[in-house]
Write a protein that binds this ligand. Structure first.
Ligand code: ADP
Ligand code: MG
Length: 245
């Protein structure tokens, strides 16, 4: 795959409240370029909100976000969201457009790429995820796993510096999870900078370079997978792991 050289992402002391609900309570997160960070923690701990704040779908109340050491808070948020690709649990594909059109749409509309060029690039990325032969199908005729791979191709076609995955395999039938995780692992190995919210502890442990455990809007522990999974330092992480493993 492509060579990646940028994409170091740093969130510093991020706070966010929804009304009186203080959801992010001073989050620090540092993801070195070319590495994969996984984000684990119980439901409601603020993981999805953190991703949305980091790409400024939601503005933090306070704190800073930097890419390659430069604050992005003054940057146009639309431009920032082209630098950070996002893949959701629900694939969010347009059902009435073909697979290729789903992938090429943003290239054409946002990147102003001529249509034939955008299609060529879409086909190239569909090929990368093993779905070039589905280019002219509608998303509804693909399996959930294939649809998620299309969503990943769509994000990659924008050539982001960082990729976010928010429970990308949680909506899939069990037999389809493996293919998507394998694609994510390939991407991680290729040197993409990734932040992955996941319940897949196998992925977190075997693929990611660092693991961050969140609970109640704070980072409770962060460290290399070996440490997090075999030598948790806090009762909260020990409790979380014994509940899910
Ligand atoms: P996680 O992804 O770890 O399950 P979330 O980031 O989705 O957690 O949610 C963290 C907390 O913020 C939860 O209490 C949730 O109900 C609340 N929350 C999330 N989004 C909103 C919103 N748009 N408005 C109000 N509360 C929200
Ligand atoms: Mg979530």
């Amino acid at each position: 795959m492509t060579e990646f050289s940028s994409g170091t992402l740093t969130g510093t002391n991020l706070h966010l409240s929804f009304g009186s609900l203080h959801v992010l309570r001073g989050i620090d997160l540092h993801v070195e370029h070319g590495t994969t960070a996984s984000l684990i923690g119980p439901s409601g701990s603020g993981k999805s909100t953190l991703l949305r704040v980091l790409n400024r779908l939601i503005e933090p109340d306070t704190g800073d976000i930097a890419l390659d050491g430069k604050s992005v808070l003054t940057e146009n948020p639309d431009r920032l969201r082209q630098r950070i690709g996002m893949v959701f649990q629900q694939f969010n594909l347009f059902p009435h457009k073909t697979v290729a059109d789903n992938v090429s749409l943003a290239l054409h509309k946002l990147r102003k790429m001529p249509k034939d060029q955008a299609r060529a690039k879409a086909l190239e990325h569909l090929d990368m995820v093993g779905l070039k032969h589905k280019a002219d199908a509608r998303p509804g005729n693909l399996s959930g796993g294939q649809q998620q791979r299309v969503a990943i191709a769509r994000a990659l076609a924008m050539e982001p510096e960082v990729m976010f995955f928010d429970e990308a395999t949680s909506a899939l039938d069990p037999e389809l999870v493996k293919g998507v995780l394998a694609l994510m692992a390939d991407l991680a190995t290729s040197g993409m900078t990734m932040v992955v919210v996941t319940h897949e502890m196998g992925f977190s442990r075997n693929v990611s370079d660092s693991v961050t455990f969140m609970d109640g809007g704070v980072v409770v522990e962060t460290g290399p997978p070996e440490q997090i999974f075999t030598d948790p330092q806090t009762p909260r992480l020990r409790g979380f792991l014994s509940d899910i493993l």
